[in-house]
Design a protein around this ligand. Structure first.
Ligand SMILES: [Zn+2]
Length: 481
């Protein structure tokens, strides 16, 4: 499996149509190029959780690129604030729920290359050794994108050498340069397309390795994206606005704030978690918070940068607001595969699904957002907002906006993180026609297990989980039992 980081499905299709990616064209002919929904927030790190664990990132303990650990559940976290875009990248694996197995733990031997999440891979994690990290970090922070591409190509070489030697049951590699170039030059830029050709070359090399080793027949190759990309020209200084309203704001990189009354965790940068009264170790539901914080909610909705603001009414209910279109409630009943969602347009139709909907299953809930500006909005908001590590206000930015004007080291013209369709839609290339339409990146793990013939009942080696494994996604290659 190759992760085409930040590659838009439409740009990938253009490259295939233009005949510049023969190996990807062969995949599309064999199994199709599918447009599926990423996880919200649509940002690298959290957005890797679905195709590594089959769970929504917040269900696995990673609600955002930046988040605040209200419960003080983390062992190493001086300011209780995580940012995986910095040094905290070392914590992605341990921050995830240890009872939920990764694909690397379920399908062994396994190999990870340049993966944000690689817990349990048996044959190393290319890109996470100190030397690799130093070189990658060094070129990244200088904004040297061509230097990054050189590092990445060297990492792909090392990955392929190990792939040939180990012949792993599962190998996953991230190709990150398309995302980095898309931020700097836009999602359709020629340098992004060059990154797509690197993905194509990697697919061709893997096939050649398997042919030379005599195991081509057993090799399966899929390509998946983690998030989309959309142009951005306006950067809101949400941090400055909150300070100007008289708040004491804890936000990266200013983590030494005494008696902060809120923590602002922007990640994407087109989404943000706002944690209210962060000294409280237990999160309160919105009905308790509203008397003090309703004016902040109203103020946010008046900002042109803010599209949706969602709050948790209780552990199963989300209220979502949009300035012009009013508010509605999303209610989830039952758990796991029996989950059902209702959408009640009590104060409007912010998600533009057309009216109240009752008792939708995962399939119907996904279809409900078709033709709206959002992708899989009902399930995604329900999966993120009322979780233990979620913010009290969850913000999705308006088109052409992101939410972090200060302290952003590199200028960028393209963004992601929001619930908007352009930022949430990702490509999935398969090498065989699926039996059901793939809908979400969470579908990848149960489908891979079915293709590999791995049962979901056994406790995974190296994890503390036991019994049947529950995924948020469903298999698009269901086995006939
Ligand atoms: Zn990015």
């Amino acid at each position: 499996m190759i992760v085409a980081d930040g590659v838009r499905a439409d740009v990938l299709a253009e490259e295939i149509d233009a005949g510049r990616t023969p190996a990807l064209a062969a995949l599309r002919d064999a199994g199709g190029l599918h447009e599926i929904s990423a996880a919200f927030p649509s940002v690298t790190g959290p957005a890797y959780v679905p195709f590594v664990m089959g769970r929504h990132p917040a269900h696995a303990g990673m609600p955002g690129l930046r988040w605040y650990d209200r419960a003080r559940s983390l062992r190493w976290s001086p300011a209780q604030a995580r940012s995986y875009s910095g040094i905290d990248i070392w914590h992605t694996d341990p921050d995830l729920d240890p009872t939920m197995p990764t694909l690397f733990e379920l399908a062994r031997p396994s190999l990870a290359g340049l993966m944000m999440i690689g817990r349990g891979s048996t044959h190393g994690r290319i890109g996470r050794g100190v030397g690799w990290m130093f070189r990658a970090g060094f070129v990244h922070f200088r904004g040297d994108l061509l230097g990054w591409r050189r590092v990445e190509r060297a990492a792909i070489d090392e990955f392929m050498r190990r792939f040939a030697r180990v012949r792993p049951r599962l190998a996953m590699m991230g190709v990150l340069s398309p995302d980095k170039f898309a931020h700097a030059y836009g999602g359709e830029a020629e340098v992004v397309r060059e990154g797509i050709r690197d993905v194509d070359a990697a697919v061709a090399r893997a096939i050649r390795i398997a042919e030379e080793g005599g195991w081509r027949e057993s090799l399966r190759i899929w390509v998946v994206g983690d998030h989309g990309h959309a142009p951005v020209s306006q950067h809101d200084d949400l941090h400055g606005w909150l300070v100007a309203r008289g708040h004491r704001v804890l936000a990266h990189p200013h983590l030494n704030v005494r008696n902060a009354d809120l923590a602002l965790m922007v990640g994407g940068n087109a989404m943000a978690h706002v944690y209210l009264e962060p000294a409280q170790r237990r999160r309160a539901w919105w009905p308790t918070l509203a008397p003090r914080w309703e004016p902040l909610l109203s103020g946010l909705l008046e900002r042109p940068s803010v599209d949706l603001v969602a709050v948790a009414i209780d552990a199963h209910t989300v209220r979502v607001h949009q300035a012009q279109r009013g508010w509605a409630e999303i209610r989830r009943t039952h758990a796991g595969h029996e989950a059902r969602w209702s959408y009640h347009t009590m104060g409007g139709d912010p998600l533009q699904v057309g009216g109240t909907l009752e008792q939708l299953d995962a399939d119907a809930a996904w279809h409900a957002s078709e033709g709206t500006p959002y992708s899989d909005a009902i399930v995604q908001l329900s999966s993120l907002v009322p979780t233990p590590r979620g913010g009290d206000l969850v913000i999705s930015a308006a088109p052409d906006w992101d939410l972090r004007a200060r302290f952003e080291p590199t200028p960028h013209v393209s963004t992601h993180g929001a619930l908007l369709r352009t930022q949430m839609t990702v490509p999935l290339l398969l090498d065989a026609p699926p039996r059901q339409r793939p809908q979400r990146t969470t579908d990848v793990v149960p489908s891979a297990l079915d293709v590999l013939g791995i049962e979901r009942t056994a406790a995974a080696e190296g994890t503390t989980g036991a019994g049947a494994i529950v995924f948020d996604g469903r298999s698009f290659f269901p086995r006939t039992r």
